[in-house]
Design a protein around this ligand. Structure first.
Ligand SMILES: [Zn+2]
Length: 323
């Protein structure tokens, strides 16, 4: 993902804990008796009683989706692999409420048809929570399979389908969005990047949808076995705080927000039209970013556990936002 990243890398390590410090030591919904330095089991029990069962991503199934996506090969816009992946997505969304948002994009490499896919899962309350990712891979890299960058989020969203389509869900509706054309065709710039999200954000602003979106959570490069989700300063602080709190509740806080970056990514066009956004991205992929946008971005660098952690934190965040 993320084109040329902004590396304001404020290594926040040690000293003041970053975002996570916002998570109170005692989650607001915990009863006094749970205050004791709760063993994980006790914490889970308290959560189970008061807030429904903890989310359970099927990590093996999520990983299998990523494996199948990667096995398609490179998936840049305009390629056979890209078309194949689109068909694969639609096959797995059969029976769900799916919209194909098709448009034409003008790029430095020519004009291309692009498609965003939106799957809608109704809830019991007003408002919408969007969980998004991009499914294209880098246009200019011919031997690039994007296991993490493109593959991981696309596969995890397919796993989320299973979590969302079962029966009636309490809380706002959740929409899953697979965005096209995130990657630059030549060189990352305001006009050569995030084609799908720019198109969809504009459309949702015009038709009034943007106002209904309570949160837009973006997943990008979340499969790295060495998982460190960065704190993105271009995201909405209040929404990041919810995500940090969800991570803490589930015991995953060590994987979140240790470092701060400013990510240029698919969330920005939505932020620009007034939507609260959070980019969950681990932009520390291989030593010195060695695997990013290289043929090294392969399946062996990923872990089902990372997909599980991020998936569970997203589901927990959705639950908290719905309260
Ligand atoms: Zn990329």
């Amino acid at each position: 993902m993320s084109g040329r990243l902004l590396l304001v890398l404020v290594l926040v390590l040690a000293l003041g804990t970053p975002a996570c410090s916002q998570a109170p030591t005692t989650p607001p919904d915990k009863k006094p008796e749970a205050k004791a330095p709760a063993a994980p089991a006790a914490a889970t029990a308290a959560r189970g009683v008061e807030a429904g069962a903890a989310p359970q991503i099927n990590a093996a199934r999520a990983m299998q989706y990523v494996r199948e996506i990667v096995s398609i090969g490179p998936r840049p816009v305009g390629s056979a692999g890209h078309r194949k992946l689109e068909a694969y997505l639609l096959t797995h969304l059969k029976g769900d409420q799916v919209e194909t948002d098709e448009f034409t994009a003008s790029t430095p490499a020519g004009t291309f048809p692009m498609r965003n896919y939106i799957a809608r899962y109704p809830g019991t309350k007003d408002g919408v929570i969007v969980i998004a990712t991009h499914y294209d891979t880098v246009y200019s890299l011919k031997n690039f399979v994007g296991a993490n960058d493109g593959g991981s989020g696309t596969g995890l969203l397919l796993e989320l389908v299973h979590q969302l389509r079962t029966g009636k869900r309490e809380g706002p509706s959740v929409w899953l969005v697979w965005l096209d054309g995130e990657e630059a065709f030549e060189k990352w710039s305001a006009t050569d990047s995030v084609y799908g999200s720019r198109h969809l954000a504009q459309k949702w602003q015009k038709d009034g949808t943007a106002k209904k979106i309570k949160a837009f959570i973006l997943l990008d490069m979340i499969g790295d076995a060495d998982l460190n989700i960065d704190r993105d300063s271009n995201s909405t602080p209040a929404l990041l705080a919810v995500v940090g709190q969800a991570a803490t509740r589930l015991g995953y806080q060590s994987h979140f927000f240790r470092r701060e970056i400013a990510a240029e990514d698919d969330h920005q066009p939505f932020a620009a039209v007034g939507v609260p956004v959070a980019d969950l991205i681990d932009f520390d992929y291989g030593y010195g970013l060695a695997f990013w946008h290289t043929p090294e971005d392969t399946l062996d660098k990923l872990s089902p556990r990372s997909l599980e952690i991020v998936g569970n934190v997203v589901l927990e965040s959705v639950r908290m936002l719905g309260q």
